[in-house]
Each structure stands twice: as C-alpha cells, then as structure tokens.
Design a protein around this ligand. Structure first.
Ligand SMILES: O=C(O)CCC(=O)C(=O)O
Length: 306
C-alpha cells in the first residue's frame, strides 16, 4: 500500500441522474468529472507505480514484445491481483456502482483492469476501435471506466468517442498498434458521414465510461510527460463466454457458453435494476452481421493494397 498518502475510502458511492444514465444509454459513453479527490488520485498513481515496479522486477510486461504496441501505451493487465492499493480502487463500489447504474443491470462484475500509460516521444495514436470484438463474450453491455491520472486533452491523448456508434454494429477487431488506420477503411459512405468524434479533455480524477461497442480513439502523446490512466472494465452478471483466446480467460478451463463468474471476475456492485439496459445477448447480431464483416474486411484489404 502506498505509505506517502493518507488512507482513502473508495466505497463512497455517487448517484447519477436519470439524464446522465439516458445520455450513456443513447450515446454509448459519458464523462463524469471529479470522481476521485486529489488524495485518491495520488493513492492510485502510487499504487500503480508500485505494482509496475514489482512487475518490472519479476516478469516481462505484455507490451514489450511489440515495438509498435509499446508506442501506443505501456499496458499492464490485472494489477489488482498483485497490489492491495490497486485492488481497493479496482474493486471499489464507487466505480462499480457507476458502471451498474449506467448499464442498468442488477449485478455488475469486474472483467479486468489495466493501466494505460501513453509515454511521450515517438508516441502513436490509440487507433479507432471497439473493445468488445477483443473480448470472449456472447453478451454486449461490458464497458470501461477510463480514469485520468493526469490532466488530459488532445495534446497528450485524451479519449475521443463517436456518439451512438455503439449501435452501428460489431466490427472486426483491429490490430491496435499496427500503425494502420484500419477501422476508418472499414466504414461505408453512410458511416463516414455519421463519424463525428467528440474529444473528452478533463482534469485528473475525472473519468469517462464507454460501452465495449463504442468507437474510440486517442491522439499520440505530444507532451513531454507520460499520460497516465487506468481503465477498469466491467461485465454485467450473466455475460457468457465466447470461446476465443484472451489473456484473462486463457488460464481458466471454460467451455463455450459458460458464465464469466470465476473468482477473478468478482461482483463489484449490486442493486435494483433500471427499466432500461445496454446488456443483451449478441449471438444473433454476430450471426446476422457476419456477411457485413466480410464486406468490411474486403474494404480494409483494398485500402491496404491501394
Ligand atoms: O488509453 C488509450 O489511449 C486508449 C484506451 C482504450 O482504448 C480503452 O480504454 O479502451
């Protein structure tokens, strides 16, 4: 635990307004300012620094194998499993309850956390992408809280979102860190016309939440300091496993269709469900959009060859 900052209590909850929940459920993202106090921001930064230091002495970080990827960000997954201070933050009711209210479900579980430190110098953009296609899930609704641990704006890589894009479909997963603008090449004329991103500058301790199907992006970090952020990702209870490789599920013996209820996916918030929700079984959608994705792949290939 960080010794240099006072003890903090991340379990104080925040009640969102109906308007905020409606905004999230219509647009697929939302910004919430000052969710953490300055002491809490210090606590999280120091906890992550200790966790990364521990990892650097014990293993090779995931990003170190791919020179492009490491210029997108320094990423470490599931720091809550190795550091008590990060665990307090990641499993906190404050964040879990915000995620639950926005999604409208009765019970929210953790999917995983990861720090996303975009380092200065030779920094690359976090290309436009959806998160959900990377995740081994049959249900939509899983979503991320992206907490700024530094003040962020377009210069150092604040997040940007395309409103309502989470309703456009399930696109093929793009190779983040390949240095290619893959998602853009997959869009058709109509989607291009609707592609109107909004940037989310905000002070440290503020966050955005985005649905796993919402298109998002961040500029390269053009400042001279790291841009530090931690994302905690949540999945509604009942989310089922879609068999494919993922760092979090590879070590588990899961069968296709199993619920993601292992002890590494603990319940972080529970309460009365809301009348509307972003949680649904996406099996039908995956099937019906398979042909569309063939066309998207073809456009991506044509653009790469042009
Ligand atoms: O931190 C970034 O630059 C990108 C973050 C992101 O893609 C995410 O949190 O899903």
């Amino acid at each position: 635990m960080p010794a240099t900052v006072p003890a903090v209590d991340f379990n104080r909850t925040i009640q969102l307004s109906d308007e905020q929940i409606r905004f999230y459920q219509e647009n697929g993202f939302i910004q919430i300012l000052n969710v953490l106090t300055p002491d809490e921001v210090d606590y999280v930064r120091e906890s992550i620094a200790e966790a990364i230091d521990h990892l650097s002495r014990t293993k090779t970080g995931k990003s170190q194998g791919n020179p492009f990827y490491s210029k997108v960000f320094h990423q470490e997954v599931n720091l809550w499993r190795i550091h008590e201070g990060v665990k307090r933050y990641t499993l906190s009711r404050r964040l879990g309850e915000l995620a639950r209210q926005l999604t409208g479900v009765a019970k929210m579980r953790l999917w995983h956390d990861h720090c996303l430190y975009k380092m200065p110098e030779q920094s690359l953009a976090s290309d436009w992408h959806q998160d959900w296609p990377y995740w081994p899930m049959y249900h939509a609704g899983a979503m991320s809280c992206w907490m700024a641990l530094d003040d962020v704006d377009e210069t150092n890589g604040c997040l940007q979102f395309v409103p309502k894009s989470f309703k456009w479909g399930i696109y093929p997963a793009i190779a983040l860190g390949s240095g290619k603008k893959q998602l853009e090449t997959m869009l058709n004329e109509e989607e291009r016309a609707k592609f109107k991103p909004v940037a989310m500058p905000m002070p440290a301790g503020s966050c955005t939440f985005h649905d796993g199907l919402c298109f998002h992006y961040a500029n390269p970090n053009r400042s001279d300091k790291p841009r530090r952020a931690i994302a905690t990702i949540y999945q509604p209870d009942g989310t089922e496993f879609r068999k494919k490789g993922h760092i979090c599920t590879d070590p588990l013996k899961l069968n296709d269709g199993d619920k993601l209820v292992d002890e590494i996916f603990p319940v972080v918030a529970e309460g009365k469900p809301y009348p509307t929700t972003t949680f649904y079984d996406a099996r039908e959608r995956l099937k019906s959009e398979a042909a569309l994705n063939d066309a998207r792949h073809a456009r991506m290939k044509a653009a790469a060859e042009a």
